[in-house]
Ligand binder design. Structure first.
Ligand code: GUN
Length: 292
């Protein structure tokens, strides 16, 4: 049976360090500020935004939660982003993805001040990730996964990491991050996706398999070799009448069967999710320190 990787406990370690940095900033009269923008009422997005705002307050950051109606126009959203760009009390801005269909998300991301882009989605920050520039912002989920592996003493260097999924939020930036030339990375990275031929053969060759395709229970025991490390980024709501909320959360990995083969595995919830939020807080503190 696999070791369970406890994302909540590792996130707590991150917060110990962040609390110290925040106290130091406050002693200099500076409070890091984070603005979280939600457009519309997607229930999952609402829940994420609530968690981000809550954690931000718990750490004593200046937290601004902006909830805009589902019919907000592109130009209204742009002007809110521009206001936040100009606001000196705000060091980090996040616009929760996905926005409603009338919004051109790429244009919104380009409008962000890259120095406040704590999601790491702006083209300037994407370029900084490609070129390994230390002052850029790396997307929170990839950063959280790297930290989770390092804190769990799992060797990334030289390992074959197979990433399932090629999104701009997880798959692509994670591949760039883990293939970087430094002691916290140095992986051999393969990215597979829904169109990949021989997908199972490739995933079975992974030392570390990271599932980020957004399909509930996609990864089965036949995708995994004995002793692999499994990171589950997926988080889907499936109907469950026995649960008081009427649904339960499941990952991209069929947990019970895969856990029997794996050396270590992240649970859903309580694995990658808490790390994503911790890295958002870390990026906000970094953004604040970099403009001092
Ligand atoms: N939607 C899913 N993950 C993320 C994230 O890390 N940031 C934002 N802004 N939206 C998301």
């Amino acid at each position: 049976m696999a070791n369970l990787i406890d994302g909540r406990a590792i996130a707590e370690k991150v917060y110990v360090d962040l609390r110290r940095q925040i106290a130091e900033l406050k002693s200099k009269g500076v409070t890091p500020g984070l603005a979280v923008v939600l457009v519309g009422d997607n229930p999952a997005s609402r829940a994420y935004v609530r968690s981000k705002d809550k954690m931000s307050r718990e750490l004593g950051l200046h937290s601004v939660k902006l909830e805009l109606p589902a019919m907000t126009t592109q130009s209204e959203l742009l002007s809110r982003v521009e206001e936040l760009n100009r606001d000196p009390a705000i060091h980090g801005i996040l616009v929760q993805s996905p926005p409603p269909k009338q919004i051109d998300e790429a244009a919104i991301v380009r409008a962000l001040d890259p120095r406040k882009d704590v999601d790491g989605f702006h083209p300037v920050n994407v370029a900084k990730l490609v070129s390994a520039a230390a002052d850029g912002f790396v997307p929170c989920t990839p950063l959280g996964i790297q930290r989770l592996l390092l804190e769990s003493k799992i060797d990334i260097s030289g390992a074959h990491v197979v990433i399932l999924g090629r999104s701009m939020i997880v798959g692509k930036p994670l591949a760039l991050l883990l293939m970087q030339k430094n002691k916290d990375a140095d992986a051999t990275v393969t990215v597979v996706h829904s169109r990949s031929r021989n997908l199972e053969k490739i995933t079975r060759s992974a030392d570390i398999l990271i599932a980020a395709i957004g399909r509930a229970n996609f990864v089965k025991s036949e995708h995994v070799r004995d002793g692999a490390v499994i990171v589950d980024v997926g988080i889907s709501r499936v109907e469950d009448a026995t649960n008081e909320r009427g649904y339960r959360l499941v990952g991209d990995v069929a947990f019970d069967e895969v856990a029997k083969k794996a050396a270590a595995i992240t649970p859903v919830p309580g694995g990658v999710g808490p790390m994503t939020i911790a890295m958002l807080m870390a990026n906000t503190v970094k953004a604040c320190r970099q403009v001092l």
